[in-house]
Every structure is written in structure tokens, then in C-alpha cells.
Design a binder for this molecule. Structure first.
Ligand code: NAD
Ligand code: UGA
Length: 463
């Protein structure tokens, strides 16, 4: 089938950038991204492309090129479903906060709502693509809903998980390591796979497009995230041992990364991984393993999360200990709030948990992040429900100028690896701070020797 109309349900961090790139690379295909969130869609349609709701390097240029030509953002979900030949589902699949599997399983209510809506509206055959990250065998449930509540039309379900990382979404989408498409082994299933392969083939070399059965594709996505997060927890575990033994985790990572079997990527010790997916996907993997009675498998992967929680807690404990066992009423400047550089996303950012711990110790937190608003910082803390929002507001202030955030602070915590932090005038920052002036570099990005020569007391991760 020659594809001319695609729709994507969910205009978030995956749906927005992915569809923008498909539209840019396939001008002959009309791509409509729909969402229930009117504010988000309005922001995607903002005349000034700098106001689109997601910050990703290079994204606004692509949106500027394709929007209004063959890329559209809309709240009219029904119309987009009705017209499309391929429907991507890119809605959120957060950890369940209620009922069976609470705190572990993926919450599939948004996925099911999409399936029911597609079934109700579709009047001709459709290919439905799971773009969201889903538990293995979710396609079975989607198919059952579509086939049993639909209008008698044929549906093919494909799994096409997204591997982009935030902050590098555009380059990841333009030059993916691979595109994974899982589908049914039937003739119809293979035809559907080919239709989607043809879309990606507009810019992705054929040898990078991998096709599998649906279950392999679904499980590969969880596996990839588990392996990536495992590397971070592994290096973070070694960082604690480094601190006790005089080894330097940066040197250890470099030494092991030169082994071609290990490789250099994803070995950066940190205050802990954040982001909307690693924790959620591993918890989901643990839940799936447990539900099959595979307790050893579940325990093995759960340790990645336990280590990550430990790393965050260890960082805040170390700050308090170093600051003479009290941070009460002390100003602590946070450089960075986003979960990594080059994104405005703060979901599960380590900064939130460090702030929460320090507020419990009655610290005054001053936040500077180049892309995160003060409203978002407070909303993230309120979401934890540790204390009232009045109390959070009383203890946390955001600044639009990093030098002001650091002025008269007792300590600075670097929590996101934004490049601009490295280029700051650290002498000026030092001069404005309380003495002794401490820097806790949760990303190991600053020059220790240079800071110590200014007079800072510097503590990195794992050295
Ligand atoms: P997101 O929260 O940014 O976006 C999801 C959007 O879906 C929201 O705007 C929400 O309003 C919308 N939505 C929910 N239900 C809807 C419905 N019934 N109809 C219309 N719109 C609806 O989430 P995200 O970060 O884009 O992640 C989406 C999925 O992709 C998740 O499964 C995630 O695990 C996966 N994923 C995310 C990333 C990432 O880097 N963020 C990378 C790979 C995969
Ligand atoms: C991750 C994966 O890298 C993507 O392939 C995947 O598509 C995505 O999850 C998803 O499924 O959502 P993302 O979370 O956007 O992408 O960003 P990463 O670059 O993986 O970083 C995750 C966290 O790990 C960040 O907090 C980052 O600072 C931290 N990290 C990363 C480290 O602490 N050390 C490292 O060496 C690498």
C-alpha cells in the first residue's frame, strides 16, 4: 500500500519530534499529530517556532520547514484517525499509581483508550503502530480490542519502538542506529511491515531497518533501556568504591571503555539517571518477569533501580555531611534541573530528589536551569507530595541568572551537564559565595584543579 496519510496520537517528546522528521523526509506524506492536550497543540502551532513545547536542538527548524506543508498539529483526534492509513500511538505509558501492579507495571489506560477510539472511528483498513514503549504482548490486547469493538475493518498491529534520546532526538531520528519493526508473520502482517519499511526507507539505509516478530520488537525496547540503565548503575556502583579507595571513576571508566567489548559510551558516573523511561521501563520489566514467576530475573533487574536510588540519596547525604552536618537555612545553588542537558524535560530528574532531601533538612534552594521554568520546578516538587506547596515555595527560588542563583550560597550542586556551566566565570562565582565555598559536581563536568586553585572545596562523583 502506498502511504500518503499518517496520524500520530500523542504530541509529546516522542510523537512531536518523530513525526516532524517523518514529515520533513517524506514531503509526499501528510502527517497529522493529535493530542487531547489543547495547550500543547496550541504551542506546537505557535507562530513563533521557538515556542514549540519541546526543546530539542534542531527541532524548531524542522518544524518551521514542514509545518503547514505536510505536518499538522491538531486536537481533532477523530478526523485524523479517520483519514490516516497508518496510525502511530505515541501516548504516555507511565508506571501505575493504583491497583494491581501499583508502582511497577506500566499503566496502559491511555493505550486502551486510543485502541477503542480507533476501533470506533475506523471505516477502512488501518495499520496501527505501537510507538509507545509497551510491555511484551500488548499488541495482543490492542488487537483484541480493535477486532472485537471495530466496524468490521481489518487492522494490522505493528510494534515500532522509538530509541531516540532526549537532547539528541533530531540527530537520533535522522541517523538512527536501527529502526525496529515487529509485525505478524501472516501475509497481511508482512505487507503492513513493508508499508512502514517504505516510509523509513525515505531516509534510513535498508540495512538499518530490522524486522522481527511483534513480541521480539516489544521486548527489545525494554531490553535496550534495561541494558543502558544497567551500565549507569554499574559505573555508579563503582563510583562509591572509588571514593573509598582513592581510585577515580573517570579514569576507571576511560580504562574499561577502551576495551572494544565494553565500549566507551554510557559510562559516565553521575548523581543518578533520570528521565521518564529508564525507571519506568525497568520496573515494568521486573513486573513482567515476576508475573511469569521469574523471581531471579526480576531481582537482577530491580537492582539497577535500587542502585540508582542509592546514588541519589548518597549524593544528598554527602552534601549535608560535608556542610558540617547541617544545611538548615543555608543557601544551596542548583545548577541544572533538567534530567540531562539539551532538554527542558524534568521527569524523574535526580535534581528533584536531591532538592526534596535538602528541603527536609531545611535548606534554601536556588535553582538555575537554562530551559526549565520556576513553575515547573515547583510543580515537580509538589508532585512528590512530601510537603505543602507553600512550604516548597518558601524553600525554593528559581533564578534566570546563574550568578544570582549562586550569590551568597554556601554550596553549589551541579545536577545537569549543561555545557554553559563549564564556561562560567568561576572566580566571579567564588567571590560572591559564603566561605568556605563548596561545589558538589554531580556530573563530573567541571575542572577540579582549576576550581581548587580558585579556593573552592570540590567534590565530584567517584573521586
Ligand atoms: P509525553 O507525556 O511527552 O507525551 C504523550 C502525549 O500523549 C501527551 O501529550 C498526552 O496528552 C497525549 N495523550 C495521552 N492519551 C491520549 C489520547 N487518548 N489521545 C490523544 N492524546 C493522548 O510522553 P513521551 O515522552 O512522548 O513518551 C511517549 C511514549 O514513548 C512512552 O511510552 C515512552 O515510554 C516512549 N518513549 C519515550 C522516549 C522519550 O525520550 N521521552 C523515548 C522512547 C520511547
Ligand atoms: C533513554 C535511551 O537512551 C533512549 O535510547 C530511549 O529511547 C529513551 O531512554 C526512552 O526510552 O525514553 P533518555 O532517557 O532520553 O533516553 O536519555 P539518556 O541519554 O539515556 O539519559 C538518561 C539518564 O541517564 C540521564 O539522566 C543521563 O544524564 C543519565 N546518564 C546517561 C548518566 O548518568 N550517565 C551516562 O553515561 C549516560
Amino acid at each position: 500500500m502506498s502511504i500518503t496519510k499518517i496520524c500520530c496520537i500523542g504530541a509529546g517528546y516522542v510523537g512531536g519530534p518523530t513525526m516532524a522528521v517523518i514529515a520533513q523526509k517524506c514531503p509526499h506524506i501528510q502527517v497529522t499529530v493529535v493530542d487531547l492536550n489543547e495547550e500543547r497543540i496550541a504551542a506546537w502551532n505557535d507562530e513563533n517556532v521557538d515556542n514549540i513545547p519541546i526543546y530539542e536542538p534542531g527541532l524548531s527548524d524542522i518544524v518551521a520547514e514542514a509545518r503547514g506543508r505536510n505536518l499538522f498539529f491538531s486536537t481533532n483526534v477523530e478526523k485524523a484517525i479517520d483519514e490516516a492509513q497508518i496510525i502511530f500511538i505515541s501516548v504516555n505509558t507511565p508506571t501505575k499509581t493504583y491497583g494491581k501492579g501499583k508502582g511497577m507495571a506500566a499503566d496502559l489506560k491511555y493505550i486502551e483508550l486510543c485502541a477503542r477510539q480507533i476501533a470506533r472511528i475506523a471505516k477502512d483498513n488501518k495499520i496501527v503502530v505501537e510507538k509507545s514503549t509497551l510491555p511484551v504482548r500488548t499488541a495482543e490486547a490492542i488487537k483484541s480490542i480493535l477486532d472485537n469493538t471495530g466496524n468490521g475493518v481489518q487492522f494490522q498491529i505493528l510494534s515500532n519502538p522509538e530509541f531516540l534520546a532526549e537532547g539528541t532526538a533530531v540527530t537520533d531520528l535522522l541517523n538512527p542506529d536501527r529502526i525496529l519493526i515487529g509485525g505478524d508473520t501472516s501475509v497481511e502482517g508482512q505487507k503492513a511491515i513493508q508499508s512502514l519499511v517504505d516510509v523509513y526507507a525515505n531516509w534510513v539505509p535498508a540495512d538499518k531497518i530490522l524486522t522481527t516478530n511483534v513480541w521480539s520488537s516489544e521486548l527489545s525496547k525494554l531490553t535496550a533501556n534495561a541494558f543502558l540503565a544497567q551500565r549507569i548503575s554499574s559505573v555508579n556502583a563503582m563510583s562509591e568504591l572509588c571514593e573509598k579507595t582513592g581510585a577515580d571513576v573517570n579514569e576507571v571508566a576511560r580504562a574499561i571503555g577502551m576495551d572494544s567489548r565494553i565500549g566507551p559510551k554510557f559510562l559516565k558516573a553521575s548523581v543518578g539517571f533520570g528521565g521518564s523511561c529508564f525507571q519506568k521501563d525497568i520496573l515494568n520489566l521486573v513486573y513482567i518477569a515476576k508475573s511469569y514467576g521469574l523471581n531471579e530475573v526480576a531481582d537482577y533487574w530491580e537492582q539497577v533501580i535500587i542502585m540508582n536510588d542509592h546514588q541519589k540519596r548518597r549524593f544528598s547525604n554527602k552534601m549535608v555531611q560535608t556542610l558540617y552536618n547541617t544545611v538548615a537555612d543555608k543557601k544551596i545553588a542548583f545548577l541544572g534541573w533538567a534530567f540531562k542537558k539539551d532538554t527542558n524535560d524534568t521527569r524523574e530528574s535526580a535534581a528533584i530528589y536531591i532538592a526534596d532531601d535538602l528541603i527536609n533538612e531545611q535548606a534554601q534552594i536556588a535553582v538555575y536551569d537554562p530551559k526549565v521554568s520556576s513553575r515547573k520546578v515547583l510543580a515537580d516538587l509538589d508532585y512528590l507530595e512530601t510537603r505543602t506547596s507553600e512550604k516548597n515555595s518558601a524553600n525554593v527560588t528559581s533564578f534566570s541568572d546563574p550568578y544570582e542563583a549562586c550569590a551568597s550560597a554556601h554550596a553549589i550542586a551541579v545536577l545537569t551537564e549543561w555545557d554553559e556551566f563549564i564556561a562560567y566565570d568561576w572566580q566571579k562565582i567564588y567571590d560572591g559565595m559564603q566561605k568556605p565555598a563548596f561545589v558538589f559536581d554531580g556530573r563530573n563536568i567541571l575542572n577540579r584543579v582549576a576550581l581548587e586553585s580558585i579556593g573552592f572545596i570540590y567534590q565530584g562523583i567517584g573521586s
